[in-house]
Design a binder for this molecule. Sequence first.
Ligand code: SF4
Length: 290
Amino acid sequence: MDYVGHIIRPPSEAYSMIIQVTVGCSHNMCTFCGTYKDQKFYVKDIQQVKRDIDEASRYRFERVFLTDGDVLILPTERLLDLFAYIKKKNPHIERIGVYANTKAILKKSVAELKQLKEAGLGIVYHGIESGNEDVLRRIRKGALPHKQLEAAQKIKEAGIVLSQTVLLGIGGIDLSIPHAIDTGKHLGAMSPDYASALTVMLLPNTLLYSDYVQGKFVLPDKFGLLRELKLMVENMDVTSTCYFTSNHASNYLPIKATLPDDKKQIVALLDNIINSKDESILKPEYLRAL
Ligand code: SF4
């Protein structure tokens, strides 16, 4: 397989065929993200991509995940051609998944997204990080909450499963509470099928890390991060069922909840842990990872 640079995928795509279609991220500006920092964005040669599909199709897969950062940025016709090729070579494929940023989603019409859904696009992973405008500006996310909401609504209208990620700690200690509350409300308004909270990891090749070294960015402590998690869940008033998790390797405490049903129970659990200040319940620092 012709993999270039870092290949990352959501945990739920662990058993998927991984095909690299683009290299890097077309935005590549987020202050906390070091994944593609030294990688110039480009679209891979389609013949190479097809050779990789041929090679991977020697094995049976039910899911495909297309990397890197934002495959949805490709023109719809190219994506349709690619999806058709995947399904021809691997007829057992039931779902195609991609990461997508807000700009890439908004460039597509709902009609185009519906065409992609018909062709196999089953899930879009949308990293929103925060629902707070000041935080989003500060981290150079490239999309403010109203645009993220518009993008989420388009994905849902097209009937594609929406999975969103948010970042505990990304508001720093100064914006910790507004970040948590606004993110919870934002997730409620978007009501994704899946939502997942990760925790900021300070990576030396990022702007956020420089700010941290200079004392301009201060992370909340472990229990401050759990308070963010609690506030997010507490403020998340979903209009349809959402599976909310914090079981990513970067987190101190894994939770799994079906919202709205489990909200009270999760908030009470987090309250107890925060009040106990018992660090032995939390994941040790050396086990945290991206
Ligand atoms: S977080 Fe996502 S959008 Fe931001 S630079 Fe990293 S890959 Fe690109």
